[in-house]
Design a protein. Sequence first.
Length: 483
Amino acid sequence: MNKYLLPLSATVLLLSGCMVGPKYTKPTAPLAPDFKELTNWKESDGWKVAQPDSTLIRGKWWELYGDPKLNELEEQVEPSNQSLKIAEANFREARAAIRFNRAAEAPTIGTAPSISAVRDSADQPYFSPSLANNGTGSFTLPFDLNYEVDLWGRVRRTVTASREQAQASAADLETARLSLHAEVAIDYFEVRSADAQKKLLDDTVAAYRQALELTVNRFEGGAAPESDVAQAKTQLDAARVQASEITVQRAQYEHALAILIGKPPAAFDLQPIPLNLRPPAMPSIPVVLPAQLLERRPDIASAERHMAAANEQIGIAQAAYYPTLNLSAAAGFEGSSLLNWFNWPSRFWAVGPGLSETLFDAGRRRATTDTARAGYDGAVANYRQTVLTSFQQVEDNIVVLHVLQTESAQQHEATGSAEKALQLFQNRYEGGVDTYLQVVTSQTTALANERNDIDIMRRQFEANVLLIKALGGGWDVATLPKL
């Protein structure tokens, strides 16, 4: 038997080194030497140019904001969020697919033992009674081996493609993790902004109520017309409506936070704490260069791994044009009784190769190859689009932070001026110099400016979080599992 196996094995080893299909080379992506908005506004509050790796965002980036309650909520995301569990299950499924496909690199061995007894009928036509017997037994214990020789790399490319798909799934898991942590931070700041808006409106309602009482007293004393009372009441009612609307918005963001940390809204309660309108400076976010960003964002890594897997599909499709070589072997014992079943003369074996090739398929293989090439082209376009989108997100949030920094200072001044004007017109009205219409106008202007003050702060926090997210949140492509 060895005289057949040795030359056959040598031939198989020689041929199994072949591989058809294109070798994967990562396509280029559209890059700029630096971010446009970063060069325009370097070292502005809210970001800075990244230096050595020690200055890059690391780990629990939300701790930069110094909010213990936010930290507490963020810690509940990974063990409890169901969307993250879905992404984690998808990764485990993709990792198991590697083992499944890798099994094709080894032979399959099976057995099908059987025991049977046969006795021919003495009454069948043309049967001599002298041949009748008490029956015969058949005892068989076969072992079968089958192995597809990977001549053209189909199996190897399938394993590689599944590995790259699993790495893409791992990157998708990191993308989901980053997105969820960012969403918790954004929703948290939305709630705190709503708390600040609610406190402002509650204080405004109280002030407008006092103004209404004063106006009613002046009307009853003949010092003010009835129209002043109507205007004061309108202002009070409008402020109450705004306060009610803010209550609805806060509840919705609180419910969203509950879902993000894996709790039903009824089981979650976030006590009101107004957003600090004069917080310390926003965390400085180190911004990497565009070329470095390709290594920092898990969604870019996922797109690149999908692209690599699509390249393998071309080779898999092209391997179908070539013949398939299978090795099969069978060995075992076969006897007529238990006594001689495992005797050495009862052994049997068979071994040999089998070659198969499709001669005509009406263009099926060509269509499969064209499909694989189109899939690769689509993956390349998706990779480049993902890169471009990531650059846009960084640029957008850099400029938002810069503009809001300037806008915030201007808004503080406008709010202070509006509050002074309101106090002035109230004093002049009480002194009988101005009409109540000027007080109403000043109240409306002051309230709008105070609400804008809060909203700008909320937008600054949101843009800060989104910039961290756009930069990958401290992730690095080197952390992708090798599998």
